[in-house]
Design a protein around this ligand. Structure first.
Ligand SMILES: *[C@@H]1O[C@H](CO)[C@@H](O)[C@H](O)[C@H]1NC(C)=O
Length: 926
């Protein structure tokens, strides 16, 4: 859902100062650059190589589980406390806080799934320059250097990672404000007047700004030039456009640099509309992590988007590592590299001339408040990094099987008759789907948990109609609550004191879809429990078991707020919104998912889609990439955007099929269905103002092409389901970059146009307009790849040119794999429950293959009670056998294996089946 520009009145336009230019590009002026963000500018101005921080070795304490050590800033004598932990599974945790902060600084709660278990640390050596600690059994050590302070993590002779090696550690200590008024009487009266005029004009331009401060007389007078400049720096107050951010706590930023020797490729830190391999930021802005509702976002830049996951992966042919910066305040990430811009030839020349230095990537993290709490995940393989990160923040929620089917959405399906007709259209055109979605217009005046009394007068009848066809619905529930004393939800939240407060202590109000809205404080467990209760069948009128939920606008989006979000000085109890902004959406989804679980008495798995995410959101449901556009570049960017989210644990990702804004050509729409059919969350969605685009509206040929793409999705549902089960168990991404499986092959390190699903399906969708062919990179020098449509066999390693027509979706199955499919496609996934399986056995060069099959009821938590079937298939010496991977698990299914397709085998004379001691001769064809 977009921000308001096209729909709200002129009052709002005035406040935000936007104009409707009719162009389809983000108005960058609405969002801050690093230079316009005072703390980012201050921290980025720190000069490398001059760190004032020194480790006070005499303060060192080493217990079995942690090292503590004080650091001192020699410029201002403020002391910090460093804590270092060795965590289980090759993770080192480094925490830095003020030794004696004026008041507590925010530490992110609820994201770690538990207090991470530690392992013993031991002292190897110590002198006046530093200490060396052993990190457990491996040959890994931490070297703490005292002057200036720096940390190096080494294994054998290799430095894996260095902290503060460039001397960019910054920690703004909390301090008393020397003045109670930020505009001081100085030697030049003119500059005072400039300041005062500026305050008045900005507070008058913003109807919400509080101008009390500006009218109070200064109670103290300070005259130093230096402090005046600090005020200009925005330490105690900062103005952007018409908004003034009061900063009662003053400067509180933290920053730290990390050097990664030997690394040229870093990934992650979603969400950005950018390439998979992150770019260096020396010549522009850092990547920004600040959850924002960006209207008509632009591609290939580091601007913030709806979600923020502060996790970066570093990879080279020898090793993968990760950095998890656990901080929920606005954050910026700078990346630089000593090889950036050098061509392969240039690097070669350096090498020949003996002038080549080791490649190195340096990153610097800057956050506005909180503490430094960073987890260094040392790999060494991609799988180990995934498992390390999962041990901290959990794994992907195991979704209901139906949610892996196709979702039909638009803003809006107008009324019950519309829903009925669209539903019937799918049957008429023989296209399967599982969920139909309702956007904000289904409510009674944007009051969530209600239905429009005219258009959706009998929601249960509508839901029952869907249920009869084994289909489901999603209705939107956003976190902005209409301020309306006739609205029960609002009254209850207000009377319980659950709204976020503004800086003066009154309920915070902002503009959003319903007009004036309050924002519940989802950081409060009691608020979340109350919210969860609203999903009970007897509370949420018109709801039924097949109604699920979509949380949009949960950055949160505030149309008249600074950068279209909440004021940073709004209050969550004693914490400022500034401290935890990036967590808000995470909590909204948490409370909603909890509601869906509770309404079924803990039996049913929830399905909740969110737009805003943080680290840990993978535990709660699905995410989509927000308000994209019907443009070819937006189709292309869906690949790196979902890959980046997958790398940081969030597997259940998709982009609006067809593009949200604008209207796709039929070619683009078809290509988007073909791509979306092979991405984890498969939903078509469209803006209110776009022409209708149900799959059958583009002529019979295009209907057939879309039908075929959706049907392919349904045949692969057993494989998708098994991949999600695996993601739930291990944290490994479902949709993954090729380098995850071929970590030593540099040709896979920066691919943006193809991806793997699990290990075994390689997808290179057609994302170019008018394409006659695509070139897919097939990795693995011992691998063979089978075209899933023609069964043609291709060897890795090669760049394979594939001629394409409009019906082509280039997908390859890896030789050596066995993939279960269901070929009898029906109305919905639930209708296919008892259908038989076909096993696709693709042989490798040694004529072997293996794969798995996972089956359970598809929708409850009973799999946690070991009610499932998990089998492993292997093919060797011309025998296909099956073993039970979990003999103590129990589940009964009516489905069976009806067909086995063997790819890459030579013609047999006879095929027999051995089961329960009996031998049967089977039919076969070639
Ligand atoms: C820890 O790292 C060592 C050395 O790099 C590696 O051999 C080991 O498998 C890793 N263990 C885990 C649990 O990741």
């Amino acid at each position: 859902m977009a921000t308001f520009t096209e729909r709200m009145g002129p009052v709002l336009l005035f406040w935000l100062g936007l104009c409707l230019s009719g162009t389809w590009a983000v108005d960058k002026g609405n969002f801050k650059t690093c230079d316009q963000s005072a703390f980012c500018k201050r921290q980025r101005a720190i000069t490398p190589g001059e760190s004032p921080y020194r480790a006070l070795l005499e303060t060192m304490e080493l217990t079995n589980t942690k090292l503590t050590l004080q650091l001192i800033n020699d410029n201002n004598k403020v002391r910090l406390l460093l804590e270092l932990y060795r965590l289980q599974g090759n993770i080192t945790r480094v925490k830095i806080n003020e030794l004696k902060p004026l008041k507590p600084r925010y530490e992110v709660p609820d994201v770690l799934i538990r207090e991470p278990p530690t392992e013993p640390l031991s002292l190897l050596s110590q002198d006046e320059n530093g200490v060396v600690l052993s990190l457990g059994a491996e040959s890994q050590r931490v070297i703490v250097s005292a002057r200036p302070f720096r940390l190096d993590i080494v294994e054998g002779r290799d430095v894996l990672m260095s902290l503060n090696s460039r001397g960019l550690l910054g920690f703004e200590h909390l301090r008393m404000r020397k003045d109670t008024f930020s505009y001081k009487v100085t030697s030049t009266v003119a500059s005072v007047w400039d300041n005062i005029k500026r305050v008045f004009s900005s507070s008058q331009a913003d109807p919400e700004a509080d101008n009390k401060e500006a009218t109070d007389p200064p109670s103290q007078v300070e005259t130093t030039k230096e402090e005046e400049e600090k005020v200009e720096d925005g330490m105690w107050e900062e103005t952007f456009k018409s908004h003034t951010d009061s900063k009662p706590n003053g400067p509180s930023a933290v920053s730290l640099d990390f050097s990664l020797p030997g690394v040229e490729h870093v990934y992650g830190i979603p969400e950005h509309a950018d390439t998979l391999k992150l770019k260096t930021t020396d010549s522009g802005d850092p990547y920004r992590l600040y959850n924002l509702d960006v209207f008509q976002y632009e591609l290939y830049n580091p601007m913030a988007l709806y979600g923020s996951v502060p996790v970066m992966l570093a990879h080279n042919a020898q090793r993968t590592t990760g950095i998890f910066w656990l901080n929920a305040a606005e954050t910026w990430v700078d990346i630089s590299s000593n090889t950036a811009g050098k061509t392969v030839f240039g690097k070669m020349l350096d090498y020949v001339q003996g002038s080549s230095e080791t490649p190195q990537t340096d990153v610097r993290w800057i956050s506005e408040s909180g503490i430094i709490d960073v987890f260094l995940m040392l790999g060494p393989t991609p799988r180990e990094v995934f498992s390390q990160y999962a041990s901290l923040t959990g794994t992907q929620a195991f979704p209901p099987l139906a949610s892996l089917g196709y979702h039909q959405c638009r803003w809006n399906y107008n009324d019950q008759e519309d829903v009925r007709a669209v539903d019937a259209g799918f049957d008429e055109h023989d296209i399967p789907y599982d969920f139909i979605w309702l956007d904000i217009e289904h409510t009674d005046g944007k009051r969530y948990f209600t239905w429009d009394p005219h258009k959706f007068a009998s929601p249960k009848e509508m839901l029952q109609g869907l249920m009869d066809k084994k289909r489901k619905m999603v209705a939107i529930v956003d976190p902005h609550i209409k301020v309306d004393t006739n609205y029960k939800i609002h009254n209850e939240i207000r009377s319980r004191g659950f709204y976020i407060k503004n800086k003066d202590g009154a309920d915070y109000e902002g503009w959003c879809w319903p007009g004036s809205a309050g924002y519940p404080d989802f950081t409060r467990p009691d608020m979340r429990a109350w919210w969860a209760g609203q999903f009970a069948y007897d509370q949420y009128e018109g709801s039924m078991e097949n109604l699920y939920t979509w949380n949009d606008m949960n950055e949160p989006s505030v149309f008249n707020g600074p950068e279209v979000t909440m004021h940073k000085d709004a209050l969550h109890g004693s914490w400022e919104h500034r401290d935890m902004h990036n967590l808000y959406g995470f909590y909204v989804q948490m409370a909603t998912a909890q509601g869906l679980i509770e309404r079924s008495g803990g039996v049913e798995r929830p399905f909740v889609l969110t737009r805003a995410v943080f680290a840990g959101s993978q535990r709660l449901g699905a995410v989509w990439t927000g308000d994209n556009a019907a443009e070819w570049d937006h189709l292309k960017i869906s690949i790196p955007m979902c890959l980046s989210l997958g790398l940081v644990g969030i597997s259940f990702c998709g982009a609006d099929v067809g593009g949200f804004f604008k209207s796709p050509s039929s070619e683009l729409l078809v290509r988007w269905y073909q791509t979306g059919a092979y991405q984890p969350f498969f939903r078509a969605h469209a803006h209110l103002d776009t022409p209708r685009r149900e799959p059958w509206l583009f002529g019979p040929e295009n209907t057939a092409l879309i039908r075929e793409a959706v049907r392919q999705r349904y045949t692969f549902l057993p494989y998708w389901y098994q991949l999600f089960y695996h993601a739930y168990q291990t944290g490994e991404p479902v949709m993954r970059p090729l380098w995850v499986e071929y970590p030593q092959d540099p040709a896979t390190f920066a691919l943006d146009d193809e991806f793997l699903l699990g290990r075994d399906l390689l997808v290179h969708p057609v994302t170019e307009e008018g394409a006659r062919g695509v070139t897919a990179y097939l990795p693995g020098k011992d691998e063979v790849w089978f075209d899933i449509h023609t069964f043609q066999k291709h060897n890795g390693v090669q760049n394979l040119y594939i001629p394409v027509t409009m019906s082509s979706i280039p997908v390859f199955q890896r030789g050596g794999s066995i993939i279960p499919r269901k070929l009898r496609v029906r109305r919905s996934s639930a209708c296919m429950e008892d259908d038989p399986y076909t096993l696709y056995v693709a042989l490798d060069n040694r004529r072997t293959a293996e794969g798995e099959l996972y089956i359970d009821d598809g929708h409850t938590f009973n799999f946690e009670k070991r009610e499932f079937i998990h089998r492993k298939f292997s093919f060797t010496n011309n025998v296909l056998s099956s073993v039970n991977l979990e003999p103590d698990a129990q589940f009964t299914t009516k489905s069976w294996v009806e067909r086995i397709i063997i790819l890459g085998a030579s013609k047999p004379s006879k095929i027999t089946l051995r089961t329960a001691g009996k031998l049967l001769v089977l039919l076969f064809t070639i």
